[in-house]
Design a protein. Sequence first.
Length: 463
Amino acid sequence: MKIKAVLSCGGMLSRPVGSLIDGSRPCGSLCSRLLEGTPQASFFRTSWSAPILLGLMALVLATTAGSTAAASVLAREFIAGELPTPSCHASTIVEAAPGRLVAAWFGGQREGANDVGIWVSRQVADGWTQPIEVAVWKELDGSQQPCWNPVLSRLEDGRLALYYKASGNPRTWKGLVRYSADAGRTWSDPEPLRAAGAVDATLSGVPVGPVKNKPVQLADGTLLAGSSTEDKGWRAHFERSTDGGKTWQVIGPVNDGEAIGAIQPSILKLGGSRLLAVGRTRDSRKIFRIESPDNGVTWGAMSLTELPNPNSGTDAVTLADGRHLLVYNHTEKGRSPLNVAVSEDGSAWRNILTLEDAPGEYSYPAVIQSADGLVHVSYTWKRKKIAHVVIDPQRLPDASTAVDASSETVPGGVIDHVPAVTGTYVGSPSIAILPDGTSVASHDFFGPKKQRALVYSDGCFQQ
């Protein structure tokens, strides 16, 4: 967890000075010796506001929350190990039957290369099956064109639907679907997606189906897919099917592509007929949000959340307990780290878990909740492999104890800061509450150019 604060772990104030915040045993730190009168520091006065104490407390809470969140990760693996193509991207995952997962992605020489096809692997008792290529696209003249963004979904009748796109680039692609009646072992011939009713004249090539993220099934059986186009700006729209995916009503676009360029919506259920869609933006550097009051028939105005987005795909799911879980890159630049945020209401999000934070690309997540209540996340791992992480959502920390996902800083104030170029470093923070309610904290300076300590207290700051 990145915390932009001057504090690091160190000794705590000894108990004679006051009650420790976490009730733990004191360690006889430098700060305790200072407060007991040893001449290791002089004192100066100032006021110390409550937010600074809260910042110190948040450091402890964030560390505890991070440890708890890490315990929620039950398994990590690479799907199918070494893959048969040099590059892979844009995975999708589905539960074909209880305990039986199927994953798909596009792979080839590189994204957009003519040899890129759709690959599928199934989870079996001893791991994942060898990937098989289930979809390629050839034009009438016999030339092969790339495939894009597969999306797996389980239909009411138990079949799997594999939606994908084909064409030279996302501005001209067409939507296709194949079906499997045997949990992904074999697949039908491709079928184009068909529109139901009138389509906005500014949209071309629609319906394209779920453009990156899984569709949701509403209480009446309606399938609702988040979709988008990129030929006239980045514009999101939605596609509804009331006949099991045979035809799709196109709704939108829901943004103009200018104020906010948005694509690849994920759909969340807020309760009743209210829906929320969140997703990727082009230049806004934030995840977008947009709500529907009537199960996706109409949509309100699009706005930006406080969550960062580096022009990279996201995915989200509404959990069985009503919480919403989002997987995204918590940065405005690059595709690392890869994080998990949770929200109770779809408005306030908390960044509670980091899946990846090393240099490289960890991106384009897909997330589902399986019948046993576990959460499965698949994502691109450095364009070389597809990673799979299993999370127990019941082990995730309470969102109230996590660091706000809209900020990379601990709530509160910075007590002190020294640029690294000075050769002076800050460390060994301590904090205590005196019997009269006064809050006291300390840290020391160390390094090749400085050796001293400071003590901070409510109402007085002495050096």
